[in-house]
Design a protein around this ligand. Sequence first.
Ligand code: SDX
Length: 428
Amino acid sequence: MTKETLTITDNRTGQTYEVPVAHDTINAMDLRQIKVNEGDFGMMSYDPGFKNTASTKSTITFIDGGKGILRYRGYPIEQLAEKSNFIETAYLTMFGELPTQAQYDEWEHDIRHHTFVHENIKQLMEAFRYDAHPMSMFISTVAALSTYYPEARNIDDPQARMKQVIRLIGKVPTIAAFSYRHTRGLPYVYPNNDLGYTENFLYMLDKMGQTDYEVNAVLARALDVLFMLHIDHEQNCGTATMRVIGSSHSDPYSSMAGAAAALFGPLHGGANEAVLRMLTEIGDVKNVPEFMEGVKNRERLLMGFGHRVYKNFDPRAKIIKNIADEVFEVTGRNPLLDIALELERIALEDDFFVQRNLYPNVDFYSGIIYQAMGFPVAMFPVLFAIPRTVGWLAQWQELLADKTQKIARPRQIFLGEDTRDFVAMADR
Ligand code: SDX
């Protein structure tokens, strides 16, 4: 019978240690017993960027990076994208099971009736400069929501937590639409609660003076699927940030503002914006070979490619590529797609990319669709943040339910100066 343990020999002392293995993982704290001298702090592991460190146990999202698998609560993303909708998949992600009709109706009703924001929030957003980045407006406004719901600080109260979950999922499309209208100098459009989640978002973005404004059903469905694909992605940078801030028992609005700030980075959810700027800069398929030489010479990254977990195709990128055709039927083909396809063709053949397992990720094709739908590039990270609100909150709920979790406080390897005495200015 094999023992589920690891035997470690410390060659500095000749000592051996046996540490338990569970889920193919050891507890980092079991390393602390490994010392040279009794008074030592004990052994740590060093893992910048947490490339090989599990911070939690979770039942929400499963990714197999080698096989390109993504499942929410066990359901393959391909099946959800084909058969479900954002609100239903949001329920699944939050509660762990597909809803009954009654559960779905109640969930959808609650979210639909929490789309309005306080008028002061609208006034706060009106104070931003005309050219404020909409993602910065989104982050600031989500943080400001914490000033309207002080009961959100009762993070031990399940009812209080769920009330904020509903409020945030309901309000983020409104905040996103208001930030878009602000950048366009257009009057904000209030939510129309006769419409479904994604339709209402498109309505708030696009309606002008019409009294009979109709949302395009093909675009609404395409965006709803894109929203589903972005709901959660296990312990990505933004979600890990949500958990780190949440671990101090901060309220969900403040925690989510931090998560959104992490998502904004161009290496993370800001990559969809960076991809479009990259494609626009390349400008023409004939410029692709020279651009790719620059990437191979380490002068820049191929934005929208590569992933910490996927060492194969990001399954979301495959689905998004199929959505592009449906959207272009309505909007007309985005010419930047030709440049994107040529970049992908070269990357899938060229050793530099193949050896590094660099495949298109979720951000590579999404921006081409968003631009074809009329979104300005700066809105792309906001379009990521709307659905990821569900994943952040589901992971936050899981964190608070996990009694083995503690406040996040990593260690360090100190390589600085040893103790030394202060030197007066005259003697420096
Ligand atoms: C998202 O974590 C998630 O799940 C995130 C996300 C989610 O749903 O939450 O999936 C969303 O953030 C998708 C990723 C979007 N980011 C980008 O498209 C930006 C471009 N990609 C890279 O910055 C990079 O691939 C990362 C950040 C995504 C992953 O970086 P890692 O895991 O730290 O990998 P690495 O930097 O160690 O790269 C390994 C090698 C390096 O070369 P060597 O030094 O070993 O020779 O690959 C190279 C890197 O230089 N490399 C790239 C590259 N990505 C990695 N070279 C050129 N272009 C790239 N895009």
